[in-house]
Design a protein around this ligand. Structure first.
Ligand SMILES: C[S@@+](CC[C@H](N)C(=O)[O-])C[C@H]1O[C@@H](n2cnc3c(N)ncnc32)[C@H](O)[C@@H]1O
Length: 281
C-alpha cells in the first residue's frame, strides 16, 4: 500500500457489500444494515454504478466471494464466541461494519488497519453520523513496518485469553515476510484462539479462463496502487499453518453449496482462485 493514502481496494469491497444490500435477491448472504450508511453521500454515486459496470464481467462472482467471505468470518466467529472467545481482532479491517452490529455484549473488538485507511474510515463514520460502538478499539498498524504485537498490547489487547482473528482481503497484498510475522504472532496466542482468512491461488494453478479473470483483477488492483504479491496453493498454505489444528479450507464448490444454494438470482462464486480458511490453536 502507498504510505499516506487510504486503501482503494477497501472502498471497492465495501461498495460491493453495499450493492449486495440494495440489488441482490432476498435472503441476503450478508445482512448488513450499516454497509450502505457507512458510505454516505460521499460514495452514493459510485454505489449506484457498482453492480452494472459493463467492463467488469466477473463482477457478480466477485461480489458473491466478498459477501460470503464476511459471512464465513461472522459464522466462524459465532462458533468461537460459543466456545468462550471474548476478543475479536480484525486485521486490515477496511470498512468492515461488524463492530457496529456486534450482537455479543462480552466481545471486545479491535480493528487493526493501515493508519491512512483507518483515519479515512473514522472520517466516513463521523460524516455519516453513525454512533461509535462501545466495545471497539482502533489500532493503527502498518503490517510491513510496525509490530502488530506491540501495537495491540498498547491498545489493551489481552494475550491471556483466546482471541478470534479475521484477516479478510489482506493476504494477497502482503509480502511473505509480513504474512509470516502475523501468522507467527497469532500462533503464539492462547489455546482456543482461531483465525479466518482468505487467499488466492497462483495464476499458474488456474484454468485458462480464470487466468484472464486473474489478469484483469490484478491489473485493477495494481492501478489502485495495491498490487497483489502473495498467492498460495492449498498445500503451500497448509504448510504455513502447521502450528494450528482443525483446518477448514474451502473453495467455490463448498462455498456455493453453503451460501448460494437455491437462490432466485444468479449470485454465486465463479472459478477456483479464491478460498476461505479457518484454523485453531
Ligand atoms: C481489500 S481491503 C479489505 C478490507 C476488509 N478486510 C474488508 O473485507 O472489507 C485490504 C485491507 O488491507 C489493509 N492493508 C493492506 N496492506 C496493509 C498493511 N501493510 N498494513 C496494514 N493494513 C494493510 C488495507 O488498509 C485494507 O483495509
Amino acid at each position: 500500500m502507498e504510505e499516506a493514502r487510504p486503501s482503494r481496494t477497501a472502498l471497492r469491497v465495501a461498495l460491493r457489500r453495499a450493492a449486495h444490500q440494495l440489488y441482490d435477491a432476498r435472503p441476503l448472504v450478508l445482512d448488513d444494515p450499516i454497509a450502505v450508511p457507512i458510505l454516505g453521500d460521499t460514495y452514493a454515486e459510485e454505489l449506484r454504478r457498482t453492480p452494472m459496470r459493463p467492463d467488469r464481467p466477473f463482477s457478480v462472482g466477485l461480489r458473491a466471494f466478498l459477501v460470503a467471505r464476511s459471512r464465513y468470518a461472522e459464522d466462524t466467529l459465532a462458533r468461537a464466541v460459543a466456545q468462550g472467545v471474548t476478543q475479536y481482532v480484525l486485521l486490515g479491517a477496511g470498512l468492515d461494519t461488524f463492530a457496529h452490529r456486534n450482537p455479543y455484549q462480552q466481545l471486545r473488538v479491535f480493528e487493526v488497519d493501515h493508519p491512512a485507511t483507518q483515519q479515512w474510515k473514522r472520517e466516513l463514520l463521523e460524516i455519516s453520523g453513525l454512533p461509535a460502538p462501545a466495545n471497539l478499539t482502533y489500532v493503527p498498524v502498518d503490517f510491513e513496518r510496525q509490530s502488530l504485537s506491540e501495537q495491540l498490547h498498547s491498545a489493551g489487547f489481552n494475550p491471556a485469553v483466546p482471541t478470534f482473528f479475521a484477516w479478510l482481503g489482506v493476504v494477497p497484498y502482503l509480502t511473505l515476510a509480513a504474512f509470516r510475522s502475523t501468522i507467527n504472532f497469532i500462533a503464539a496466542q492462547s489455546h482456543g484462539t482461531g483465525v479466518v482468512l482468505d487467499y488466492s491461488q497462483p495464476r499458474s494453478a488456474l484454468p485458462l479462463l480464470e487466468k484472464l479473470a486473474h489478469d484483469s483483477l490484478s491489473a485493477r488492483v495494481q492501478l489502485a496502487g495495491e498490487p497483489f504479491q502473495l498467492f498460495f496453493t492449498p498445500s503451500e498454505m497448509a504448510s504455513e499453518l502447521t502450528a494450528f489444528r482443525d483446518m477448514e479450507d474451502i473453495g467455490s464448490f463448498e462455498i456455493n453449496a453453503r451460501y448460494f444454494a437455491n437462490r432466485s438470482d444468479n449470485l454465486r462464486m465463479l472459478g477456483s482462485a479464491g478460498r476461505f480458511l479457518s484454523v485453531w490453536l
